[in-house]
Structures are given as structure tokens and as C-alpha cells.
Design a protein around this ligand. Sequence first.
Ligand SMILES: Nc1nc2c(ncn2[C@@H]2O[C@H](COP(=O)(O)OP(=O)(O)OP(=O)(O)O)[C@@H](O)[C@H]2O)c(=O)[nH]1
Ligand SMILES: [Mg+2]
Ligand SMILES: [Zn+2]
Length: 312
Amino acid sequence: MSDTKGRIIQTTGSWYQVLLAGKMVMARLKGKFKLDELDTTNPIAVGDFVTLEKTVNNEYIINEIHPRHNYIVRQSPRNKHQRHIIASNVDQALLIVTIAQPRTSLGFIDRFIAAAESFHIPVKIVLNKTDLIREKEQEQADYLKAVYNQLGYTVIEASTVTGQGISIIRETLRDKTTLVAGHSGVGKSTIVNAINAELNLKTGKISEKWGKGMHTTTFATMFEIMPDSFIIDTPGIKEFMLLQVEPEEVSGYFTDIKQYAEGCQFNNCLHRNEPNCAVKEAVENAKIAPTRYENYLNIIDNIRDINYWERK
Ligand SMILES: Nc1nc2c(ncn2[C@@H]2O[C@H](COP(=O)(O)OP(=O)(O)OP(=O)(O)O)[C@@H](O)[C@H]2O)c(=O)[nH]1
Ligand SMILES: [Mg+2]
Ligand SMILES: [Zn+2]
């Protein structure tokens, strides 16, 4: 019997695909497995590093999960008090957005970034399909680049048609575990295929595997896109949301707002109507982008609505 360290690539019911020394093996969980986090529905998630034990029958058994650096959770679809770990040990998130075909709203981008901040995952943005940007849309592209670059979320301009940005994306992914996210149709699979054609992911239509009816069994998948470089594809990007967060916590996930919040008169300031609010002042003086502030307000309103209905 020998112990070895592997990484969970995919979970399918009670069997786990584990990458072990460059090879894929199937493993099962040890019979009596102690769960340290009792409020999660799945003990093991994609991205987990585990210790495997090979039994006398040449089967692999998972007998230890190594501590997670971070993880992405969502509410269990069956029980709102339970959490489901989507993926763990994520180095960064690459959010693919487009100005047209489809249009990604800044509200979606800001919600995504806030959630990623809450999970301690750094974000980079890929502005894809630059070949489709027409003159009147250029202003929106410029605004997006200016706002997010300034905040420290690198914006990589890309097009799988012209090849722009593809080598930058390749270098960004190298030696890391990256969650690749974005609305359906923005070009996630096309970009991945441009980097590693061997993966040959389906493009152009919503992949059947994750089509309607699959939303209750959300499993993330991990691919090795290059040696030691992994990408995580999550089917339910809508579930990537701020979870169990109070309105007062949200500004902590907006780096720009957080920076000014210390100057507010009240330390529980929501930066809406309170007097002597340093955040509102920063918005008025164009120190904070107006769309960022609006999207922040939308998020806290949304949380208040949800809390209201849940407490009723
Ligand atoms: N013009 C243009 N079209 C692109 C570009 N990148 C991808 N596309 C096209 O956009 C469509 C959708 O691309 P996909 O890669 O399937 O999109 P996806 O994000 O994987 O979508 P889902 O799997 O549904 O989430 C395909 O028809 C691609 O050929 C680009 O840079 N420019
Ligand atoms: Mg796809
Ligand atoms: Zn304030």
C-alpha cells in the first residue's frame, strides 16, 4: 500500500476522477469519512488536493483532503441552509465579457467581481470579440477598459477571429488554476480551443450536457489546458453570487468603495443617504465610477429584498 497526492478533476456521484502523477484514475471515498464542514452537501470538490491509498484490490481510496486555499460555494438547490462547494484551490477567475453578441452588462461584471472578492479569488477580465466592436460601441469598450484596469482588474482585449490577446491569455493561464466564467456565447470554449485545440470543446451552441434540467446537479469540470495549468468550467454561473451576506458587508467587496468608506461619519454607513458620506462625495468628484456605485446600490437593495422575504 502506498500513499500519493492527487487532485480531484471531476466528481460523478460516489466516484471521483483524480489526476495522479499525470494519469487519470478513479477513486472512491473512504467508508467512514469525517466531514469537518457539516453544512456542505459535498465532502469533496473539484480542485481538492487529496491523498490516495491503493488497496490490495488495486482500487484507489481517498483518505485525506488537504486544506483548501479557497473555495467557491453556492446554496444547495435543495436546502437553502446547506452549501455546495463548486470548486476549490482556485488561483484566479477569468471573466470573459463582450460588448455585443451577447452584451455583458456592467451590473453582471460588478456582481461577479464582488462574489469573487468574497471568495478571495483575484479577477482578470477578457474583453472578447473585439473584431465585432463597431464605432458607436467603442466608447463602451473604452469605458470598461478604463474603469477596471484602474481598479486593478486587468482587461485583456481579445478576438478569436483576429487572434488578438490569445497569447496573453495563454500566459495568464500558465501554471495556474483558473475559473473561466461569462455568459453563454461570449466565446469561453472558443478561447480555450484556441489555446489548446486538443481539448476540442463544443462551441456555438449551449452545450447539451449542461442544458436545461441539469441545474440541480451542478458539477464543475476541470481540464488540464497545459501542463500544470487547469481551467474550471462551471455550468451554473448564475449561482456564482454573494452568499449569506449582509448589506453592510458589500462595500468590502468593492475595492474602490471600500477605500473611501473609512472616511464616512458612521461606521455602518451604507453610502446611500447617510450624512457626511465619503463614498458619495467620491462619486460626486468622479473618484468612483458612477456605474460601480449604481451597481453597488443594486446589490444591497437586492440583498435587502431577499432578507425581507426570508425573514417574513
Ligand atoms: N466574431 C467573433 N465570434 C466569436 C469570437 N469568439 C467566439 N466567437 C463565436 O461566438 C459563438 C459562441 O462561442 P462559444 O465559445 O461557444 O461560447 P461559450 O462562452 O463557450 O458559450 P457557452 O458554452 O454556451 O457558455 C461561436 O459561434 C463562436 O464562433 C470572437 O472573438 N469574435
Ligand atoms: Mg462553451
Ligand atoms: Zn458612506
